[in-house]
Design a protein around this ligand. Structure first.
Ligand code: BGC
Length: 261
């Protein structure tokens, strides 16, 4: 839910970053999880080694109110605050370009949690971006699944409100020998057009229901605006700011392998 307030921020305030393959978004949330500043967005710079990302995050924070802690939603696998994969940020010139082995080497194992903590001198937690969207979204009842349709295909699974292990469905085979990312990501959507892409989204919903028998599925991400299919009753489109708002919920979680410190 979008919660923008003009009242002075209650503490602790959270600087929220949502790193995407196409855009970097940021805002500050008050002690109740409401946005105290309009979302700031800049295009994701390419090439984007860790240093460049950190410099961009620092610049974005300059225009934002003060904060007590930082949450980062990251578009790849993160364990104990360290990056294990960054499928888009390792590409030389943007999501549709080749993977640069030098960028793979720089990102793999990069301790993003510690780097952000040092850069901002503030306690920091990092979580996969789809997991972060889920934290703001789920109702805490039954088996809830969140998928995100953006540059890549994100997913998270919750049981009675508890975040499960991160499943990197984006890199799992989906159809015709291709992964969810390859079939449903932004590059594919632009290539195949709205109608075919929507049909694939419907197929993915069915496949996920067969796999997880979800009680509810939520769909987030910038490409939800291209959805034209009738969604089943158990499927809902969510707040476009969920990736930022989850930054507040993350601090209610106990630190664990997926979120780091
Ligand atoms: C990554 C996921 C991420 C998703 C959404 C995919 O390419 O593999 O980890 O959650 O994009 O950003």
């Amino acid at each position: 839910m979008l919660r923008v307030t003009t009242r002075p921020p209650l503490s602790p305030t959270t600087l929220a970053f949502d790193i995407g393959g196409t855009g970097l978004k940021a805002s500050v949330l008050d002690g109740k999880g409401r946005m105290v500043h309009d979302r700031v967005r800049v295009p994701t710079p390419y090439p984007c080694p860790p240093k460049v990302l950190l410099a961009n995050l620092r610049t974005m924070a300059k225009g934002l109110p003060e904060f007590d802690r930082v949450s980062v939603a990251f578009p790849g696998v993160v364990r104990h605050g360290k990056v294990l994969s960054a499928p888009n940020l390792v590409r030389a010139a943007g999501p549709d370009s080749d993977i640069d082995p030098a960028l793979v080497a720089l990102w793999h194992g990069f301790d993003l949690g510690r780097a952000v903590e040092r850069s901002f001198r503030t306690p920091t937690r990092v979580l996969n971006d789809a997991d972060m969207q889920g934290l703001d979204t789920v109702k805490g009842k039954g088996l809830e699944v969140v998928i995100t349709l953006g540059t890549g295909f994100g997913s998270s699974v919750f049981e009675d409100g508890v975040l499960g292990p991160h499943l990197e469905l984006s890199h799992h085979p989906f159809r015709k020998g291709e992964t969810y990312d390859e079939q449903l990501g932004d590059v594919a959507r632009k290539r195949i057009g709205r109608k075919k892409w929507n049909k694939r989204v419907a197929d993915a919903i069915e496949a996920l229901d067969a796999l997880l028998l979800f009680d509810h599925l939520y769909i987030g991400g910038g490409n939800t605006k291209h959805l034209t299919i009738d969604l089943p009753a158990r499927v809902t489109v969510i707040d476009p700011n969920a990736g930022l708002l989850g930054a507040f919920e993350l601090w209610k979680e106990r630190p664990r392998i997926s979120s780091g410190r």
